[in-house]
Design a protein around this ligand. Sequence first.
Ligand SMILES: [Zn+2]
Length: 259
Amino acid sequence: MTTSEPSVLLADMTWPEARDAIQAAQVAIIPVGSTEQHGPGMTVSTDIVMAAAVAERVAQAMAPRAIVAPPLPYGLSSHHMRFPGSITISAATFGTVLKEVMHSLKAHGIDRFLLLNGHGGNQAALSVITTEACQELGVKVATALYLAGAYDLVQQHFGRTYAHACEIEASVALAAAPALVRQHALEKGEELPAAYRHAGLPGGTTPAGSFVTTAAPFEDLTRNGNLGDPRLASADVGEAVVALAVERLIEFLEDFTAE
Ligand SMILES: [Zn+2]
């Protein structure tokens, strides 16, 4: 972003700027993610930085019709707690914070929200929070895992749609937030034999080929915290994935804000 463009980030606004931006906006995007281990080669902020980066691209493209609320850097990461640096909050706390943030923004005039998620482990909780917030706050709420917006392209390039601190996540990070990646420290996942057949990842992420959700801790899945191989990442593929996800999120928001 150049300095001549007005910011879409609420955190960077003064209150008169926020008043004017909210008056022009039809939706607020709230980036949600996690603070959790991403193997030896990616930072613990990966999920929230990526969600915020995608949210900013979407809002910039829709300006002034969308604004981005300050990102929530904590999520449901209990399955990563064996790895230093990971921080987890309960589903109840996560829901309370998000609903109170939406309640606050509603008081200023925003009544449509997109909870844009960067962490698969939040998915199940966000579905519940979305339903409850609509009912309890009288606002319109939607949620999306940003990466899922480009799953067809991800599948085409990587032969699967989801892992963790893997070639997929490293690719999008190299494209949108390269400071997340320590190229020299990237390691192939030291994956352990699956304990269960048909089980996806904890927190509600069930990639194609799995249909059971468990709460398996990550140390049972991988020794170094990686699933997949982030050394195979491509910034060019990552940029295409991010661009497609942004394009489809904008298409959704055009419909979501039309009525
Ligand atoms: Zn991640």
